[in-house]
Write a protein that binds this ligand. Structure first.
Ligand code: ADP
Length: 259
């Protein structure tokens, strides 16, 4: 499959309030469809890197390109359009407590003005995918931590993002729930071609799944291991869909794309 750079940093520096630089002279390219762990000590700058990629924080120097476009030159509309292709999952599940699980997951579609009949179908499918089909009508607080985190993954995947940034998503989960969550991320990466950067402290997770690691240390990044584009163009939803749950889900994403 043709490798395409989706995230590119050239000599990027980042700081808060013009204080010490958190990141200095950071340059790298990330290809579409790859999966990286992001590691480093607490306070090293992992969240800052994710915030730069999501355009929540502006670089002090240097150039960041997303989808081939220089982020410094984007209009507000361009940024909004790019955010439609990106999702973030946090350690805290960040769900809206007054809304049901269904409404939390439906939110990104409703914001985009997708018609309600499609919203209903797609949310039901995605909740089944994360194993929470039975919990559509409950409030997040009634669920366990692992279940709440799967709701936030459902909310992230419902827009079929090209890029998923995950900031310590397994930080509050036990091993079993952490593995379950990893399997969902891996399916997203393999079957939808989502580029994933997952920040974690969890050495066991990194040893088990062996994705390449971006290590943040001394204000710089080291890349450990080689990235592979794990997606097969024949398997992602745009191609001939695999005959399983994903083919149906993919079809609905396509319908939304054409809406
Ligand atoms: P990590 O995610 O690796 O724990 P962060 O990116 O959160 O690291 O933080 C990197 C450094 O930037 C830390 O020294 C932290 O104190 C500082 N920092 C993070 N957010 C802010 C902020 N909003 N204002 C000032 N300093 C910050």
């Amino acid at each position: 499959m043709e490798e395409k750079t989706i995230i590119s940093f050239a000599n990027v520096a980042a700081a808060y309030d013009n204080a010490t630089e958190v990141l200095t002279d950071v340059s790298f390219n990330i290809s579409s469809g790859t999966f990286y762990f992001l590691s480093g000590a607490s306070g090293a700058g992992k969240t800052t890197l994710l915030r730069l990629i999501y355009m929540l924080h502006k670089p002090l120097r240097g150039q960041i390109k997303l989808f081939g476009k220089n982020t410094a030159e984007l209009s507000r509309d361009d940024i909004a359009n790019m955010h439609h292709k990106m999702a973030i999952v946090f350690q805290e599940y960040s769900l809206l407590s007054h809304m049901t699980v269904f409404d939390n997951v439906a939110l990104p579609l409703r914001v985009r003005g997708i018609e309600e009949a499609k919203v209903k179908k797609l949310v039901a499918k995605v909740l089944d995918w994360v194993g929470l089909g039975k919990y559509a009508d409950v409030k997040p607080m009634e669920l366990s931590g692992g279940q709440q985190q799967r709701v936030s993954v459902a909310r992230a995947i419902i827009i079929q993002p090209s890029i998923l940034l995950a900031d310590e998503p397994t930080g509050n989960l036990d091993d079993e729930n952490a593995s379950r969550l990893m399997e969902l991320f891996i399916q997203m990466n393999k079957l939808f071609g989502t580029t994933i950067i997952l920040a974690t402290h969890n050495k066991k997770l990194m040893e088990t799944y062996k994705f390449p690691i971006i290590n943040v240390e001394n204000h710089r990044l080291n890349f450990v291991g080689k990235a592979s584009t794990t997606t097969d163009s024949k398997k992602v939803w745009r191609g001939p869909a695999p005959k399983n749950y994903f083919s149906e889900l993919s079809k609905q994403f396509e319908d939304i794309g054409n809406a």
